[in-house]
Write a protein that binds this ligand. Structure first.
Ligand code: ADP
Ligand code: MG
Length: 153
């Protein structure tokens, strides 16, 4: 898992695109985390994903899957990427232990909370809207939406 998740920018992303990269990443993830089943639904064409968002998507998913391995104890993960009209939607959810998001506050100098903060910041810096929902005992869901009009022209 460390090998998969610390590779900062896989060359497959530049060479083949985000869809082959995500297929590869989640195949490796399932192989490395025996027992976690990943339901993948990528309902988007490669050219419908704005180029500047590709690495952002990848990094957000890296952090989310890191957290699932480290904290969730899940056996099922659902990841979905789709484009509806001009909006690109990303969803990643697990059926693990969940947590109370209000109890997590990033304090400088302490590691905890930095991963969640980095996902929020990557989403907002790239023009997206980030939403995390988690309930103890009921898993965790992260959704990010990007209006794609901002990337054209
Ligand atoms: N998918 C998840 N399932 C359960 N708990 C989670 C999940 N994601 C995050 N958490 C909780 O939120 C905390 C903060 O996550 P994060 O900011 O990534 O920091 P770190 O992973 O370094 O602890 C974690 O320590 C954990 O308690
Ligand atoms: Mg983390």
């Amino acid at each position: 898992m460390r090998r998969v998740s610390t590779e900062l920018r896989p060359s497959i992303l530049d060479d083949l695109g985000i869809l082959p990269t995500l297929s590869w990443f989640f195949r490796e993830f399932e192989a490395a985390c025996g027992g976690i089943v990943v339901e993948k639904a990528f309902n988007v064409a490669e050219h419908e994903v704005p180029v500047p968002l590709k690495i952002t998507l990848y990094r957000i998913l890296q952090e989310a899957t890191n957290n699932i391995v480290k904290h969730a104890g899940a056996d099922r993960v659902r990841v979905r990427l789709e484009r509806v009209d001009e909006v690109l939607h990303l969803l990643i959810e697990d059926n693990g232990c969940g947590f109370d998001p209000d109890s997590i506050e990033y304090v400088e100098g302490q590691g905890r909370g930095l991963g969640l903060l980095s996902m929020t910041e990557r989403a907002s810096f790239s023009g997206g809207t980030y939403h995390l929902a988690s309930i103890p005992g009921q898993g965790t869901r992260i959704e990010v939406s990007w209006p794609c009009g901002q990337f054209s022209g």
